[in-house]
Design a protein around this ligand. Sequence first.
Ligand SMILES: Nc1nc2c(c(=O)[nH]1)N[C@H]1C(S)=C(S)[C@@H](COP(=O)(O)OP(=O)(O)OC[C@H]3O[C@@H](n4cnc5c(=O)[nH]c(N)nc54)[C@H](O)[C@@H]3O)O[C@H]1N2
Ligand SMILES: Nc1nc2c(c(=O)[nH]1)N[C@H]1C(S)=C(S)[C@@H](COP(=O)(O)OP(=O)(O)OC[C@H]3O[C@@H](n4cnc5c(=O)[nH]c(N)nc54)[C@H](O)[C@@H]3O)O[C@H]1N2
Ligand SMILES: [Mo]
Length: 790
Amino acid sequence: MAGTVLHSSHWGAFRVGVENGRLTDIQPFERDADPSALLAGMKDYFDHPTRIRRPAVRRGWLENGPDSDTAKRGADPFVEVSWDEALDLAAAELARVKREHGNRAIFGGSYGWSSAGRFHHAKTQVKRFLNAFGGCVEQVNNYSFGAAMVLLPHIVGDNRFLYGPTTHWRAIAKNTEILLAFGGLPGRNTQIESGGCGEHVQKRWLRELAGRARRIVNVSPLRDDIEETACEWWPICPGADTALLLALAHTLLTEGLADRAFLERCTTGHERFADYVLSGRGAAGFDAEWAAGICELAAPDIRELARQLVAHRSFITLNWSLQRSDYGEQPYFAAVALAAMIGQIGLPGGGIGFGYGSMNGIGNAVPRFRTPLLPTGTNAVDLAIPVARVSDLLLRPGETIAYNGRELTFPEIQLVYWAGGNPYHHHQDLNRLQRAWQAPRSIIVHETHWTATARRADIVLPATTTLERNDIGTSSSDRFMIAMKQAVPPFAEARDDYSIFRALAERLGVAEAFTEGHDEMAWLRRLYEDARTSSNAGGLALPDFEHFWEQGLIELPATEAPFNLLADFRADPEGRPLATPSGRIEIFSATIDGFGYADCPGHPVWRPAREWRGAAAAQRYPLHLITNQPRTRLHGQMDVVGISQTSKIDGREPIRVHPADAARRNLKDGAIVRVFNDRGACLAGVVVSQDLRPGVVQMATGAWFDPVHPGVPGSLDAHGNPNVLTHDIGTSSLSQGPSALSCLVEIEAFNAPLPELSIGAPPPFIERPFREPAPTAPGLRNNLQRRKDR
Ligand SMILES: Nc1nc2c(c(=O)[nH]1)N[C@H]1C(S)=C(S)[C@@H](COP(=O)(O)OP(=O)(O)OC[C@H]3O[C@@H](n4cnc5c(=O)[nH]c(N)nc54)[C@H](O)[C@@H]3O)O[C@H]1N2
Ligand SMILES: Nc1nc2c(c(=O)[nH]1)N[C@H]1C(S)=C(S)[C@@H](COP(=O)(O)OP(=O)(O)OC[C@H]3O[C@@H](n4cnc5c(=O)[nH]c(N)nc54)[C@H](O)[C@@H]3O)O[C@H]1N2
Ligand SMILES: [Mo]
């Protein structure tokens, strides 16, 4: 039997060719005019040698359980076991930790993207399961816009700027004359939409805008952050954006161009910010000449741009990357202040937005509807850490950090549960994470593939991929809801996360709370019908589940009237106030000021990054490393196949280097280099490129972490995961977000024989009975190491 099955992924909808239950090919969804190149890798990824075939337990843990030598994670071989044995071990360990230490000793943050389906969304499943079991320490916020999502509610009342609806692309394409895009509008990134998408829209709008706009300015260290569209490139120094924003504000103030009427009606605290801009650093203030030196741009250009931003309809967008750096709150805070001074917030195609080059759906015109969502129940443990403080949590039990006006004390974690995320992809300073990872007694991971995280777990449970189960793919910023029908049977012994948790819940006596008696299809029906009922109440008529499932998709109408975020507020600030204390845009926030944080005061300020050109470390590490999103994969997913593999140089992740920086180090295109700083080192293959400013090097995230000596923190990563180099420091006390993009490195030719890569094959397995003696002195090294870290 042959046919195609409609399905979806974070990189778009697609059709799976199936013959006799076997996957034959993957084709883009016919309605998508600009499908993602990532689809091409899926077929090989599905049954790649790194797929996890059977449940597996790390040898040391199988022998010694929670008393094992945790320093052996990543080094020990694995033992494949039956599902029953694996589930019994996992359930017994969960029960032990709960009994001996309470649920506060279980960390179930489990951050990560897993797959597009809303039911089998692994992180949500973990949460639901652990909540049914009595709760766990959770993670809040995200790596994407962790600083922005804590800051923005204080200054504009909520997170509509991030979660939408945001100003429509249509409004921008039809009205905007000057588009100032910090971090550009990389089409590479807008391949992706969380929850999937039926159509990729950004390129079309950008093209339409380019046909009529006066100026599109790509303010970015990388020229190709805008591609295929005529634009100006302002090759700003990384981390300098706040300086440029303050200088633009300075010109508006000194030339009398700020919109006083808007500031008076719609904002509070603008006088304090104006004082800071004009006299916060002596008589000259934060003027264009000062900023020109910091940003390495020309002062007259900055002044002229400021004048044009008020003279014409202008829109400022900052990509999320800008706040994923030291004091990442500041460029966002300063941009809101500048946009308020320009006075076009709420006008058609005017004002400010974020992330138009970060994700496909930003600015997409979609009617409001409720997306299906698996309820997670309530967590009886009242502690959640900001997501990027994971190593701190594990390394510093008993210590307290400041966070958004509160104090959080880290408990001692005994057990880590992770499904659907890859901390050895996403976290910064992986050598520090490796030390932190030794602290818990037990680590349980569900994975589809032998990622670096799966290789560092004690119990590994093989999960199905999305192709092997039924689900619903949808995002609130895409017009298509996709019935993701199972295309092929589960690979080897893989099970879906829901079935795994159901089996554990049965063993632990919480099956009823977890399943509510539903199987997969019953859940899909219920989630869909719940969402449909609320969407229908909102005026959108969705078909019932049977029709949806049979049709295979729902296409919502495009919203015709272009939406401008905060237009209602602008029209009537008294009647339609923001949810801030003043009801207005808070250019000075008394709330933030009241927290008393030197690293994030009450109004926007200039703070050079901790890791910055002028800093002492820059003597030894003169290159600024940008670790942006990969064109060739989603994070770590599909790194071992497809265009990700063909992009590698001698198997190593590419690093782009400016010709001047390459020449100074005598490096040719294709050379293998060691990229290093005090935190770590990895190999990479040089691509000499004019598309980045001198002094900046760029490596995408996502190469699977492959240290030469697994289990030994500090060992050279042979493959090119740049998170061995990035630092693990919160953006500020306000949001404690990740600050990956502030990072200095040096590179040098690597002339030694190239170390072999191990990541393309499964880890070593061993069979019982073991012939060599068991590892001695369990836990000893681990405890010594922990003491050293405190
Ligand atoms: N240096 C640096 N680091 C960064 C960033 C950066 O800009 N610079 N960006 C950060 C950002 S914004 C993000 S969002 C994170 C992303 O970090 P992650 O979301 O952790 O990265 P992924 O590789 O997508 O990890 C998802 C994992 O889920 C697995 N998976 C897929 N489907 C299933 C399933 O059904 N069940 C189970 N159990 N597992 C499944 C995949 O195999 C994959 O390993 O990275 C962050 N890290
Ligand atoms: N293909 C692909 N697309 C993705 C993802 C993926 O893994 N693969 N991940 C998705 C996810 S989870 C997220 S959160 C978004 C993230 O979206 P973003 O955070 O916007 O993405 P980045 O690629 O990190 O950054 C965009 C650009 O910002 C520029 N930039 C970096 N630092 C600075 C700076 O200091 N100043 C200025 N002006 N520019 C700077 C870099 O040149 C970079 O190319 O991307 C999504 N899109
Ligand atoms: Mo993200």
